[in-house]
Design a protein around this ligand. Structure first.
Ligand code: MG
Length: 135
């Protein structure tokens, strides 16, 4: 199984007051990842509930295998540490923050999506990298 993990805030969505904007190409790439049989997980430090809220708000459920609470920040994410919080280990991580990338897992650090931008293409680049590594 190839497990692709997406962060929520500023990775998949931008917050705009009380509403959220989905990053461009999110539906398209999640659809394509599932079509290629990757496992897709969404995790958030704000909690599983927040991840579920975003997944359901934007109709992403058909493309998502599960949601998790992202573990608290530590210096070194090891498999043993992650296993205490999640049932699948990441094969690839997509996040706007640095903190996760000291785990030895391929990743893509997206630019922080902090305001709606219809021209943003980072998720297309994420998809390209995933397909390059795991085809
Ligand atoms: Mg984030």
């Amino acid at each position: 199984m190839i497990n692709i993990f997406f962060d929520v805030d500023e990775t998949l969505v931008a917050r705009d007051g009380n509403s959220y904007h989905l990053r461009p190409h999110a539906v398209e790439i999640l659809f394509r990842l599932k079509k290629h049989k990757y496992m897709v997980y969404i995790w958030s430090r704000a909690g599983k509930k927040h991840a579920d809220f975003i997944v359901d708000s934007f109709g992403l459920r058909p493309y998502v295998d599960d949601t998790f609470t992202k573990p608290p920040k530590i210096d070194n994410y090891t498999s043993d540490y992650l296993k205490k919080y999640i049932t699948a280990l990441p094969s690839f991580i997509v996040d706007n923050g640095d903190h996760l990338f000291n785990i030895d897992v391929p990743n893509f650090k997206v630019r922080s999506y902090d305001e709606p931008d219809e021209y943003d293409i980072d998720l297309l680049l994420v998809y390209k990298k995933i397909r390059k590594i795991f085809r």
